[in-house]
Design a protein. Structure first.
Length: 276
């Protein structure tokens, strides 16, 4: 037995919560990260009434909600607090057509600052995840963003896949954010691949989302570093894999063969590390 739970971000499935819960129970995980978005089991408009039912259905399968991926709305934060969910995950996008990077940092900090009384009242934290592309994509970017805040209000959701794309080493990334991590870490993987030939005038690359063993950083290295530091909490598998048909990512049950392999691999890494 360990102090580590495994969870899955259920973005690939927008069918009934009963079906989602059955899939997660079959995978053998203990929790989910729930998307609160239009078209899903819980939407921003229905959160007050639909979230308790989702919690009930999951509990009937032995599952809990470790976090939600949702807008930073008052109704969502209150509903999370009422249902024992202490973490709302978000990201910070940078739209250079509207604001420079430094302005985006200031605006995001102002948003978090305004929510602090509500966070104190509900016991909910804002968890900001790094994300590649036009977002805060690195561990050092997250560190800079949340320097003014107490981690009980604003904390860091480390996703080493995006750090790897940015070229950040695992141990450095964990060290930067260790005091600001909310006992929850993402586990997915990716690498950069060239998509045109050497006869072209200039190389073009894209990010390929892949299984845990085959990306740009070592899952075993991250697990070992977190174990060495005394981590307890939840490892979340976002279930993000590149779709060969050209869609942004695989969705629905197309994810399951890859996700089940990753759950088994991560479970084995955790069991091996914590058995020492």
């Amino acid at each position: 037995m360990t102090d580590i739970k495994l969870a899955v971000f259920t973005k690939p499935w927008n069918d009934a919560i009963e079906a989602v819960a059955d899939r997660m129970a079959a995978l053998g995980v203990e929790a989910i990260e729930l998307p609160i978005r239009p078209g899903y089991q819980v939407t921003p408009e229905t959160v007050a009434t639909s979230l308790p039912e989702v919690v009930r259905v999951l509990a009937s399968r032995g599952l809990s909600i470790c976090s939600v991926a949702a807008p930073l709305d008052e109704a969502i934060i209150r509903a999370c607090g009422d249902n024992g969910i202490d973490l709302v995950r978000t990201m910070v996008g940078v739209d250079l057509g509207k604001a420079r990077f430094a302005d985006t940092i200031r605006q995001s900090r102002a948003t978090y600052e305004a929510l602090i009384p509500l966070l104190d009242e509900t016991g909910v934290r804002i968890g900001v995840q790094n994300h590649s592309g036009n977002c805060i994509g690195s561990a050092i970017g997250l560190y800079h963003l949340m320097e003014p805040f107490d981690p009980k209000h604003v904390c860091a959701i480390l996703d080493m896949a995006h750090c790897a794309v940015a070229g950040e080493p695992t141990e450095l990334s964990v060290d930067l954010l260790w005091e600001r991590m909310p006992n929850l870490v993402n586990f997915k993987n990716a690498y950069r691949e060239r998509i045109n030939g050497p006869e072209e005038a200039e190389a073009v690359f894209r990010t390929h989302w892949t299984t845990g063993r085959h990306g740009g950083y070592s899952w075993s290295g991250l697990v070992q570093d977190l174990h060495r530091r005394g981590f307890t909490g939840t490892f979340v598998l976002p279930g993000e894999y590149t779709d060969p048909k050209g869609e942004p990512q695989r969705m629905g049950d197309d994810v399951l063969p890859f996700l089940s392999t990753d759950v088994a691999y991560l479970r084995g890494l955790v069991d091996a590390a914590w058995a020492r």
